[in-house]
Design a binder for this molecule. Structure first.
Ligand code: G6P
Length: 368
């Protein structure tokens, strides 16, 4: 009913709008006096010091959270982090032992493949830490440790606030471990924590100004196919942006690491092909720009996403530019995902799709 949707036409839009509050609930109680405190964890500093590698296991958008997490955790911890699809992990005779920490990410806590992969990891001796939204769900109960995302019930099939809070919690895990391992400078630690506390307000800025996204959605909703390109965190972000778009609007969409363009995808770029170019990761902004130039030269129509500091530069080259506030580079995907969710939402709306219940999809996949 309309009341359940809090006055919004769809649960998806309601849940997109709830993200600043959900982020606050997931993160703020876990930061005390400028330090990340994960009181719900039983894992000891000694165990953390002895971790040889981290495997992140998940499906769908939760897997995409893991993709962002890989970049952030490896940089923070200087330990090897692998992200594995649960459906692959369970059948690949994984190289996991008691020195492996397996981080399992799941909104529902009931995804069958994720559950089976977690059991396999436990059987091989790994320690498991789950990041779960649904309290008391199977994965939460069976993992050695659980960190809840506290996003509240998510009704729309396409995840939004669960994604954001999973990512926030994974970033907190990275900071917490880095502090224990001594792999982060005090100054950077402080800067990231400070920025995390600013993120909800910055998300609100994006959510209070949706005219640009709505305009671009009305301009591009008729495209038959879209390519999301980016490097590093922007590549991970593109995977989620692309999945969101295809699942609710039924537009064919693919995400590519920009450096791979030349190895195949660029042959698909013709006059008018829509490319969503992600250029929010500051250290590689120049590379992002040169990829925009490259696809423009083949006739692509480019919708770019960048941060305020790079807006002017990007506007000189891309056809359309969406802009988000600047934050610490590690946290940029937490802001970047918001306009991508909105873009998918408004594109699907223009196309008259059943946004909250896309065809053939389920909120929680409890069969193989
Ligand atoms: C389904 C949902 C996705 C979700 C995925 C994993 O495909 O439609 O939104 O990301 O399952 O679900 P989980 O509950 O394990 O995060």
């Amino acid at each position: 009913s309309a009341a359940e949707k809090g006055g919004y036409p769809h649960f998806m839009l309601k849940e997109i709008m709830e993200q600043p509050e959900a982020f606050r609930k997931a993160v703020f109680p876990r930061i005390k006096d400028g330090r990340v405190v994960l009181e719900d964890l039983h894992i000891t500093p000694e165990y953390i010091r002895n971790i040889q590698k981290i495997d992140i296991i998940a499906c769908g958008s939760s897997y995409h959270v893991g993709m962002v997490g890989k970049y952030n955790l490896e940089r923070l911890l200087r330990k090897s982090v692998e992200v594995v699809l649960a459906s692959e992990f369970r059948y690949c005779d994984p190289l996991v032992d008691e020195h492996t920490l397996v981080i399992v990410i799941s909104q529902s806590g009931e995804t069958l493949d994720t559950m089976a992969a977690m059991r396999e990891a436990k059987r091989l001796g790994a320690r498991t830490l789950s990041i779960v939204n649904v309290v008391g769900s199977s994965i939460a109960k069976e993992s050695d440790d659980v960190l809840y995302t506290w996003a509240g019930p998510e009704i729309a099939v396409a995840t939004t606030k669960a994604y954001s809070t999973q990512l926030a919690v994974l970033d907190l895990v990275g900071l917490y471990f880095a502090d224990i391992l001594g792999t982060i400078e005090a100054e950077e630690y402080r800067a990231i924590v400070k920025e995390m506390l600013c993120l909800p307000a910055k998300m609100e800025e994006v959510l209070n100004k949706t005219e640009d996204v709505q305009y671009f959605a009305s301009r591009y909703f008729n495209h038959a196919s879209v390519f999301f390109i980016g490097r590093n965190l922007d590549y991970a972000l593109g995977l989620e942006g692309s999945l969101k778009l295809k699942e609710i609007s039924y537009i064919h969409s693919e995400a590519y690491a920009s450096g791979e363009l030349k190895h195949g995808t660029i042959s698909l770029i013709e006059q008018g092909t829509l490319v969503v170019a992600l250029g929010t990761y500051a250290p590689l902004f120049d590379k992002a720009m040169s990829n925009v130039v490259e696809v423009k030269a083949r006739g692509a129509e480019v919708l770019a996403l960048t941060t305020e500091s790079f807006r002017e530069k990007m506007e000189k080259t891309a056809d359309s530019v969406l802009c988000i506030p600047d934050t610490h580079r590690m946290l940029q995907p937490s802001l970047g995902v918001v306009p991508l969710q909105l873009f998918s939402y408004y594109v699907a709306l223009q196309r008259g799709c059943d946004i909250d219940k896309p065809r053939n999809l389920a909120k929680s996949v409890t069969v193989e």
